[in-house]
Design a binder for this molecule. Structure first.
Ligand code: GDP
Ligand code: MG
Length: 182
């Protein structure tokens, strides 16, 4: 069936969270299927995005435009324009880094302070779930925070590829539901 390119659904999704929690690794695992144990191959500071097509269970094909802060989070230098037209945010912390968990509410507030006009949907992500020995944040604590923020919660690992696709797909599905319900 012929479809105009411009009618294609596109969701702009941001990955937010402290430096080193694994945002770029999550993106590269999902869009390229790779994982780098040392450092993902992206070092320049700036904003970058990755795309992936997704067939939602409810029918439509959507293009996910996934934005990485690409180092800018380290300097708290994320500009307002980065948040424009955003419909989804993955709030990412590292389950082995307590501070990154404590900062999640700051990241959440930051989106609100940018006064993004669209309704933004969130998913809380506890990343590096493969590092069970070094865990500093329990699943229960994270679930409690998710309840406060009114989001879902998933634990992911880019290293073992656990729940990576599920995280992006859960958020995309929630966005689609919200669009349908006006
Ligand atoms: P970013 O600064 O949030 O983009 O984080 P990076 O993606 O650059 O990852 C920071 C470090 O954590 C790198 O050394 C990655 O190899 C490592 N890392 C990322 N994801 C995982 C994971 O799921 N498990 C483990 N064990 N290490 C990870
Ligand atoms: Mg990065």
């Amino acid at each position: 069936e012929y479809q105009l390119a411009s009618s294609q659904l596109q969701f702009r999704i941001l990955l937010l969270g402290d430096a080193d929690v694994g945002k770029t690794s999550l993106l590269l695992r999902y869009t390229e299927g790779d994982f780098w144990d040392d450092q993902p191959p992206s070092s320049t500071v700036g904003v970058e995005f990755y795309c992936r097509m997704l067939e939602l269970a409810s029918g439509p094909r959507v293009k996910l435009q996934l934005w990485d802060t690409a180092g800018a989070e380290r300097y708290r230098s994320i500009t307002r324009s980065f948040y424009r037209n955003t419909v989804g945010v993955l709030l990412v912390f590292d389950v082995t880094n307590r501070t990154s968990f404590d900062h999640i509410e700051d990241w959440y507030q930051q989106v609100a302070s940018m006064q993004v006009p669209d309704k933004v949907l969130y998913l809380l992500v506890g990343h590096k779930s493969d590092l069970q020995q070094a865990r500093q944040v329990s699943t229960q604590e994270a679930e409690n925070l998710a309840a406060v923020l009114g989001t879902s919660f998933l634990e992911t690992s880019a290293k073992t590829n656990s729940n990576v696709a599920l995280a992006f797909e859960t958020l995309a599905h929630d966005i689609q539901q919200a669009l349908q319900n006006g």
